[in-house]
Every structure is written in C-alpha cells, then in structure tokens.
Ligand binder design. Structure first.
Ligand SMILES: Nc1ncnc2c1ncn2[C@@H]1O[C@H](COP(=O)(O)OP(=O)(O)O)[C@@H](O)[C@H]1O
Ligand SMILES: [Mg+2]
Length: 386
C-alpha cells in the first residue's frame, strides 16, 4: 500500500506514524518545507495542491490511497473533486466532515438519535460554555457564570463571524472513541481518555481497557455507531465526550483522522485505525483483535534545564523529527532529541499488561530523561480547576 498523506503537521505526523507502523509506503505532501512529518515519511514532497494541481495529481496517481491530514476546507474540497471517480481511494468523507464542522448541525443529528448532550441554555442554568459552532482547537470557547459573561462570550463568537452554541458546563474526564463507517454501517473502536495541560491542550492519552464500566463503554461505542450511521459516515471520525457523574455527555464529533488517540490505541491494543480504514474501503478485515493491554501516549518538551509535559500545539514545533524505538526506555517515540541537546520535543509511547505497569513505565521514561538530560525542574501542568 502506497499512501499519500496531504498535510505534514500534527494529523500528518499521526498518519505517517500509523502508516509506517502498518508497513505502508508513506508519501507526505505539505506546502511548508518545515512540516514535521516530511522528515520521517518515505517520500516527502514540498507542494501545494491548490497551486500546483498537476504536480499533485501525479503524486496522487502514483499512490493507492490519499488521506487528507489538514482542516483547510478549500484544500479538502479540491482534493475531493480531484479524486472522486479516480481509481485512487480517497480516505475522507467531505459530506460527513461538513456536518461535523458545525456543532449546531451535529448536535441536531445527535439529539435526533438520542445521544446524551450537555443541556442547552437557558434551561441548564449557570455555569455554561459559550462556544463558536464551526471552530476547532478550543478557539473562542469560554465559561460563563452570569449573563454578563454570556454577552462577552457572544461577542467573541461574533468577532469570529460564527454562530454560538451555549450549553451546560459539564465536569468529568474527557473521553474519546473512534468510529469507521462504510457509508452504510459503522464500527466503533476503543475508548481512550484525553488529559489536558495548563492551556487545555491535550498532553496525554491513556488507552486502558477499564476506563469506563463495561455498560458505559458499550454505550459509548453505540453512540459512535448511531451517529456515524445517522450521517452516513464513509471514513473515520472521533466522538468526544465528558464522563460526568450523570453519565456521558457528548461535546462534539470530528469526521477526519484525529491526532494522538489512534497512536495511543495502537500502543495499547495493537489495533491500527489507519490500517482498519484502508481495509474498510477494500472490504477486507485486518483480522487484528484487541490485545487488551494498556498504553500511554504523551508529549514532553525540554528547554534549558526545564522539562515539561506539554500539549500537542507545543509538540507541533518539533523540528525534523524521526521515529525511534526504545528511546529512554519507551516503546516508540517521535522526537528531535539528539544526545546532549537541551531544547527538544518528544512524543513517547509505552505499553504494559496492566494500567499500573504502564504508568510505572511512563514514570521510568521521565526519570531516565531527567537523569540523562541535566534537567533541574520538571513541570507537569494541569488546567486550573474552575
Ligand atoms: N459543555 C461543556 N462543558 C465543559 N467543557 C466544555 C464543554 N464544551 C466544550 N468544553 C471544553 O472546551 C473544549 C473545546 O470544545 P469542543 O466542543 O471540543 O470544541 P473544539 O475542540 O472544536 O474547539 C473541550 O475539549 C472541553 O475542554
Ligand atoms: Mg474538541
């Protein structure tokens, strides 16, 4: 399988990592020469398909499949029209992506199939979340404790030229589940827990078999399947929910390859979602089953004597990374660390047969970094509790 990945940033690194793990030949295309996935794929191309469509088409036609790893709507639309009707599989579903880009539309679909959502305002009372319907990456999201805060939040949403979603502020762990659909039926995969840094950016993903009770876990999987089938998903999407004391409340869906959770799932269970997506398009089964092990995936960043855990936005600044096995005792890593360097980024992955042993392995990787890299201070930031 020769796979072209369009976009070499965070999603592109994820797709390249998964592709290489599946033994695919990986071709990455990005208009920026500094895009990090270019340095560890098999065949990098610095190229913008919107500016050089003929050159891009040649690359696509040399591949079996193309997956976009970007969220630029113009580019996605252009790829869709370039590849529809060609013999190259386009591992993307523009229509479902359109639904998932609008929280208003996706909330309507989800309500119609009985998915539990945070209660809308004003029924729910304060505090509430005010967020723009069509942004991503927590852009323009705010918490409101009174009417004045709501007005401020609405101003922010208006500045973004967007429509607001105002809903109950729900508390609990952030959970994610991935779903692959063939346009008709869908299959949910493994539940993961997403942990945030001080900027509310995802710094770590845990893939443990017992994150939810068996009933809740089954219910989360069913939510994923119901939503995917309701929108006719013909690709991969993730469902993000909060595990509240009253049960799961779904925040959003995103019909594109996510970053971080698939690599965590591969580490924990041996299931490769990119390989599954390719198989679903060719009506094959990968035959892989969940090993039931536990995996942890997390980012680190050292600058001078300070070592921090950090969100993926900071990890996006990694320069010319490579994939390396065994670094500091981890299983896998994506990093620009060189012996003696004091300014580097790394994503590490460890697995073990129990969650406790996986946590112990993570601690031991961090300890080894502290010993090896002349670290004076170690900071593991978390969001301020509201
Ligand atoms: N109803 C809510 N209650 C509590 N936190 C929320 C709620 N909605 C969003 N958030 C927080 O804001 C973040 C971003 O919101 P989300 O709906 O996922 O939009 P996006 O990721 O597209 O910006 C979430 O990860 C979560 O931390
Ligand atoms: Mg989100």
């Amino acid at each position: 399988m020769r796979l072209c990945i369009v976009g070499g940033a965070l999603q592109g690194m994820e797709a390249t990592f998964l592709g290489k793990k599946a033994d695919f030949e990986t071709v990455v295309l990005d208009r920026k020469p500094t895009a990090p996935a270019l340095s560890f794929c098999d065949e990098p191309h610095v190229l913008n398909p919107l500016e050089n469509p003929d050159e891009a088409r040649k690359v696509f036609e040399s591949c079996d499949a193309v997956i976009p790893a970007c969220e630029e709507l113009d580019l996605l639309k252009s790829l869709d029209s370039m590849l529809s009707g060609s013999s190259v599989e386009f591992l993307f579903d523009l229509e479902s992506y359109g639904v998932s880009c609008s929280k208003k539309r996706s909330n309507e679909v989800m309500s119609s199939v009985g998915v539990p959502l945070p209660q809308p305002w004003p029924e729910c009372g304060f505090p509430v979340i005010v967020k723009p319907s069509s942004q991503s990456g927590s852009v323009g999201v705010s918490v409101a404790f009174d009417q004045e805060d709501v007005e401020r939040g609405l101003d922010t949403v208006r500045t973004l030229g967007d429509e607001p979603v105002i809903q109950e502020f729900v508390h609990g762990r952030s959970m994610s589940v991935e779903v692959i659909g063939n346009g008709d039926t869908a299959r949910s995969f493994v539940t993961t827990e997403v942990m945030l840094d001080h900027n509310y950016d995802c710094k770590m993903v845990r893939c443990f078999p017992d994150l939810l009770s068996p009933e809740e876990d089954k219910f989360f999987g069913k939510i994923g399947v119901d939503v995917a089938e309701a929108i006719g998903l013909k690709a991969l999407m993730d469902v993000e929910a909060i595990d509240t004391p009253k049960g799961l409340r779904v925040l959003e869906i995103d019909a594109r390859i996510p970053s971080q959770t698939p690599a965590a799932i591969l580490t924990g269970t041996g299931i490769n979602l990119l390989e599954e997506l390719v198989a679903s398009r060719t009506d094959r089964e990968t035959g892989r089953t969940n090993s039931g092990r536990s995996g942890i995936y997390w980012h680190m960043y050292q600058k001078d004597g300070v070592l921090r855990t950090n969100g993926e936005k900071e990890f996006g600044h990694v320069r010319n990374p490579r994939m390396e096995r065994g670094l500091f005792g981890s299983d896998d890593s994506i990093t620009d660390y060189e012996s003696g360097s004091k300014d580097w980024h790394g994503t590490f992955m460890v697995s073990a047969d129990t969650p406790e042993k996986a946590e112990a392995r993570r601690e031991s990787v961090i300890k080894k970094i502290i010993e090896t890299c002349q670290v004076d201070t170690y900071i593991d930031g978390t969001p301020d509790v509201i």
